[in-house]
Design a protein around this ligand. Sequence first.
Ligand SMILES: [Zn+2]
Length: 443
Amino acid sequence: MDLLIRGAVTVLTMDDAMRELSGADVLIRDGVIAGVGQGLATTGEVVEAKGCVITPGLVNTHHHLYQSLTRAVPGGQDALLFGWLKTLYPIWARFGPEEMRVSALVGLSELALSGCSMSSDHLYLYPNGARLDDTIDAAAEVGLRFHPTRGAMSIGESAGGLPPDSLVEREADILDDCIRVIDAFHDPAPGAMLRVGVAPCSPFSVSRELMRDAALLARDKGVMLHTHLAENDEDIAYSEAQFGMRPGQYAEELGWTGPDVWHAHCVKLDGAEIDLFARTRTGVAHCPCSNCRLGSGIAPVRTMRDAGVKVGLGVDGSASNDAGNLVAEARQAMLLQRVAQGADRMSAREALRIATRGGAEVLGRDDCGQIAPGKRADLAIWDTSGIESAGSWDPAALLLAGPARVRDLFVEGRAVVRAGRMVTVDLPRAVEHHNRLARALMT
Ligand SMILES: [Zn+2]
């Protein structure tokens, strides 16, 4: 069945030529973009896009959906990374399957309302029977394209690590469960709605052996690898003290570079590490709001992009953002490079490209992230007739002005948001459930 989205003010295609089409339509057939241009016709359903800008659906490359239940926790509001983690670990240790599922439902809905059609998630703690399956259930209900990663922590406090012993797992169990979820859920086919990755939490919470074994397993299974890397000065100091080398060198030694790897943050990568990432086609999930919130610094995104490093955006978990709004994240990415290097160093268009096609490249999805025939029909429709963009001269207003929420979102040609509301999830009910769980954690 065809779906025609008709008469947009502008379609920002993010295709190879970065075409921007005025007064244009997008034709969708069987979840795939069948045509883009003026005057397209259909006998199927029509969605009017008068007064709207259309972009590819935004792509979120780093998140911890479970943290949506721990926004603005008082003891964690003003701490640096390691202190922040130590405040939150005991609270997270009380989570179970219901907390994982409901927080993912709310977190993914929040992303959808901000124009996100595809998200990864990094779940690295599994207390009280929680499983990756809980978040996968939620993503199927919301209808977003989902790249969950089986995270892990294995070095607890008694072994010199940061997390409490109650939140770490045996390394053999971790690898077994990675195999289980890959075999059960991973879909390597083009157009896949779900792909699983392997993601030990960070070099400071797992052993060197687990990092190496995770890389071997991921290559054997043909799935991607993800972790946190070079997030702040404490992280670099830990790497130098414990491993006698910088994070980039540690990653390279253990097989953690390549087109099938992406690292979150990378705020402190030096020139040699940036060259290494460019040469090996290793991706970066840039999380500007989280980096600001935790005072980690400004990631050298301009230098990375100029060197040819693949960069996507991540909202990061809601204990350190605390908003899960991806289009706001794109605006922050643009502003932060300007603070660091000047107003001509990151345009709104480049930030939008990073937020869409850049993220798709980082996640290994050349079938997504652009509006072109044959690509998956993941589209965000932004109503630019409202007050936020009143008086704007150019579609760049989407990041320079607003709106910060989509009117409609289609994923694989299916409606997830219409008229600014979730159509797949009873959101008021989900938020009420979520708040009830958060209140229980406070006591
Ligand atoms: Zn993170």
